[in-house]
Design a binder for this molecule. Sequence first.
Ligand SMILES: Cc1cc2nc3c(=O)[nH]c(=O)nc-3n(C[C@H](O)[C@H](O)[C@H](O)COP(=O)(O)OP(=O)(O)OC[C@H]3O[C@@H](n4cnc5c(N)ncnc54)[C@H](O)[C@@H]3O)c2cc1C
Length: 337
Amino acid sequence: MGPLDRDGKWAFGIMLPPGVRAMEDDEIIRRVHAAMRRPLDVEILTREAWAAHRLIADRYRNGRILLAGDACHLHPPFGGYGMNLGIADGVDLGWKLAAILEGWGGEGLLDSYEEERRPVHLRTIAEAVQNFRVLSDHLKDNLDADTPEGERARAAVVAEIIATKTREFSTLGVVLGSCYAGSPVMVDDGSAPPAEHYSECEPSAHPGCLAPHAWLDDGTSLYDHFGLGYTLLLLDDAASALAGRIRDAGGSAGVPLTVLDLREAGLAGLYQAPLALIRPDQFVSWRGSDADPAELMGILRGAPAAAKPKRARAPRSKKSAKGQSSKGAAAASVLLT
Ligand SMILES: Cc1cc2nc3c(=O)[nH]c(=O)nc-3n(C[C@H](O)[C@H](O)[C@H](O)COP(=O)(O)OP(=O)(O)OC[C@H]3O[C@@H](n4cnc5c(N)ncnc54)[C@H](O)[C@@H]3O)c2cc1C
C-alpha cells in the first residue's frame, strides 16, 4: 500500500490466489481493513490487473526500428530495475543514433546495441526473478503475538528477510557493475573483466566497464571533464605522441574526440594504462600504450570494414584498482579537442 498524492488517494496491491482472476469490491475493502487493522472509509476509484513477466525480445533491431525499455524486456519489479534498464538502454543507444545522424557512425554501432545490452538484460532479469521468489505475503503469520511462538516467528522472519532480501536492496553491482566486454565496437586488452557481484562494484578500466571515477585536486569530478564525444585520457608522458596520432585519426574519421591531459593527476594506476578512451556514454572502449590509430577509429565507430584484432586473454591480474586513491594529484586540463 502506498500514497498516490497528499489528498487521500492510495494504491493497494493484492496478490490473487492461484486460479483466481478477479476480486469483488467488498472483498478488496475487507482486505484493506484487515491490512490497516481498522475500519476506513474506502472508495475504489479504479483497479488494474497486473502480471509479473520474464520476457525478452528475440532481436532488438529491424532496420530503422530499435526496441528499448519495457518494449524490449520485462521482469518482476522487485529490485527496482525496470526504469534503470530503460534509461541505460537510451544512454547506450542515444549517442549511437547521434553518431549515425552526424555521419561518423557505421552500421556496426547500431548492431552493437543488442550485443552490449542483451547480456545486461539477461543478468538483471535473473536477479529480478530471484527477488520475486520471496514476497511479504509468503512470510509467516502470528508475527504480532506477544507469546514465545510470536517471538520465534519474528526471529525466523528476520533471518529469512536477511537471507532472501539483501540481494534485492543492496544492488550496486547490478546497477553499475555490468561490463560490455566482448562488444564489437570496443578493443579487448587481453585482461579479464572484473568478476560480477550483485552488491560489489569494483572500479575497473577494463574495456567495457564504466570509467572509474576520480575526484581531481581542484575538487571537480573527472566525469565533468569528459567531452560530448569520445574522450582520450592521457595519463602518462610516454604516451603523448600516440595520443596526438589518435586525435588526428579521430579528426580524419570525423569522430568527435577530446584529449584530456591528466599526466599530473596520478590516475595511470587506476586506469592501469597510459591512455584510455572513454565513449560518450562513459564506458571505457580501449586502453593501452600501443594501437594503430586508424584501425582503432574504425572499430570504435562501427565502420563496416573494421576487423577487431584478436588477442589472447591473460589470466586475471591480482592488481586491482582497489586501494588506489580516487583523488587525482592535479586538476584536469583540456589539451586538445
Ligand atoms: C509495480 C511496479 C513497480 C516498479 N518499480 C520500479 C522501481 O522501483 N524502479 C524502477 O527502475 N522501475 C520500476 N518499475 C518498472 C518501470 O515502471 C518500467 O520499467 C518503466 O516505466 C518502463 O519505461 P518505458 O518507457 O520503457 O515504458 P512505459 O513507462 O510503459 O512507457 C511507454 C509509454 O508509451 C505509451 N504508448 C504505448 N503505446 C503507444 C502508442 N501506440 N503510441 C503512443 N504511445 C504509446 C504508453 O502510454 C506509455 O506512456 C516498476 C514497475 C511496476 C509495474
